[in-house]
Design a protein. Sequence first.
Lengths: 224, 592
Amino acid sequence: MTVRVQKDIEKLKQRLLEMGLVIEEVFSKAVRCVQKRDITLAREIIEGDRAVDIAEVDLEEECLKTLALYQPVAADLRLIVAVMKINNDLERIGDLAVNIAERILTLSQRQDVELPFDFNRMSSVVRDMLKKSIDSLVKLDKQKAREVLACDEEIDSIHRAMYSTASENMRQSPNKIEYLLNAIAISRYLERIADHITNIAEDVIYLIEGEIVRHNIKEGQDKK
Amino acid sequence: MKRKLLWQLFFAFSAIVIISFIFYAAVSFRLFTRFYEERTVSDLSAHLSIAEHILSTAWNSEASAETQAVLLRMGKDSDIRYTVILPNGKVIADSVEDPSLMANHDDRPEIIAAIAASEGGKGVAIRYSPTLKKDFVYVAESVKNNGQLQFVLRVARPLATINEAVSPLFHEVLLALFLIVALAIIISFFVARRISMTLAVLRDGAESFARGEFTHRLPVPPTGEFAQLAVSLNAMAEALDDRIGTITAQKQELETILSSMDEALLMVYEDERVVRINYAAEMLFEVSAQAVAGKPVIGLVHNKQLYEFIREVISSGITANRDVELFDADSKVLHAHGAIVPSAEGSAPRMALFVFSDITHLKRLENIRKEFVANVSHELRTPITAIKGFAETLLDGAIDERENAKVFLETISRQAERLGSIIEELLALSRIERDTDRKEIVLAREELKPILDSAANSYRQRAEKRGIIIEVKCDEMQPVMVNRQLIEQAVGNLVDNAVTYSHDNGLIEVLARREGGEIILSVRDNGIGISSEHLPRLFERFYRVDKARSRKAGGTGLGLSIVKHISIAHGGRVAVESVTGKGSMFSIIIPA
């Protein structure tokens, strides 16, 4: 009986990892799409989201089924909970990638304008974070997960700096306001993707330690 | 722990020796006793004859008192007992006991035997005497006169006497035997120990072989069978050493091949766990071989297409090839080859082998070529379309309208010229490349400044129309090994671009300086600049940053490409720095 449970739970984790792969690819495509202002790629991303949504719902249902069937406890329970939560975060990242693609559809009409922030740097850091967070899940590596949390700082600061650059640009070239508004959105989406990735990392830490580290709630507080 | 051989042998030997001893002791005892009994019997028979002789000469069955006296006399000072018994069994005389007290002896076996015996026969018995309450040896004979039984004469000797005689002898024999046994036991102990120790040595040797130490050889014991065993073990050690050496060498070979391969190698079990990866794969996937061994492969390849390819090959069992694009920071393209490895033995799990070669470079070249062909076709088609169009229009009747005809023909002429320049530049480019390949570029020592001035002057007129100033600043230096025509063309192209992309009233500087064994020729402008994403591809043929603008300006898109190849022809390189909105600086760097 226990072997059966283990196998089913392993399968859930496997499916989550596959989801992770898909989202990694979607994100990379989105980055490429922004760099090349590639409309075809943007359409691909937008159309591909349906499959991601379906996969997310499927996986969640599988998890609920497993919970109902086996009523697992302790580590197994934490694992299934973590799978469900990370599943959600991954799907949200997919949606945000779609949002970025949609901005590109608008932006692609004006090729000569640059984004008011270092997109290459920001996307590279986020890509790294995503890879590391999934890695930390695969290897159950707390260290890696914490590194992901540390990276979020930089993303936030790039995003904040972007606002001042953008408003300066808007003052200088009012004709580009529409464009710049879209560019700001892209930065925002990236920043939110980063937040979801940190959620994933926190879920991994929870899975490993059995402790909830979100919102900086310290140990010892609010204990029964 | 099994019973030690030593003790087994020892006990066996000792048991044999002791049993033999006991057996032999018993047998000798029996023999001795028998011997003495027979001796006693014959001895007694002799006494019997003498006594018979004495008694039968004056036999009178009535004169028992005299008989008794005779017997007493004979039995005195001797341990022999004489007894005379009448045919009816009555004892009439005995040398030891009072005859009247003695029972009837007709039931005594020796008497019965003596009576029944033929002439000269005797009855012998060894038995317990109820009378004297001791064991005796009896010999009896019947004495006859003229065939008629007169009496039975019996002599006897106590058995104890015999025993007394035998015992000391027997004890001596026993002692001797005991010593021999002790000696035998000691010797058997040592022999057993010797065997056991030899075996122990061989066993230790075999154990060290089992541990993998093949460097020593077993000493050969003197005993035949053990010697053979030792020799066999040594031969086995040698063979094993050899084989292990071969296997290790093969393994080393394999490791060397795998780790020096350029391609990334991945081996996976049927259940998708990783068997091993080689060094190139470690680099490609940024993991360490130990970290991923035995883990599911999905964690290794952070790529959906790769993972699906792996899955497909495993499930279908068919060898497959695919080009996979990694959407990572470098946009690598991998050529993946996967095949199932037929399992060596039935029990071993099936494995799949994947080899990934990095074909990013190839793909890029392919893309460049495709783009180039497309670009050339397009570039050539445009002027040709215009020429055709206008020519047809003229033929259709526009030729009759003088004003329009003139305009059209001018256009045709311009387009033809444009076509000409494109083709000229393409030819020039390919010539430069070919000559570089064939090493036919001619270099000569030339002064740089005149060349730079000449290049700048070609475009001065055009520049001045928009108020742009071109300055030539050439450092003092020796003449340089260059091909004058090509360098002038290259610098000219750079100046041309600078003029095209400068603002009105801008400044263009043509600089030459010497730095660290190299000559650096630069053209700097403060025009519109170029954004960073275009810089890597700037020198590609027909590459345009902004298609619309440069076509209007009349460029062919080949200028920078020509500059690059001219630099390469001189054994140098090109470089560009640019900031959007501030300007650019293009440099040709050649060896001094």
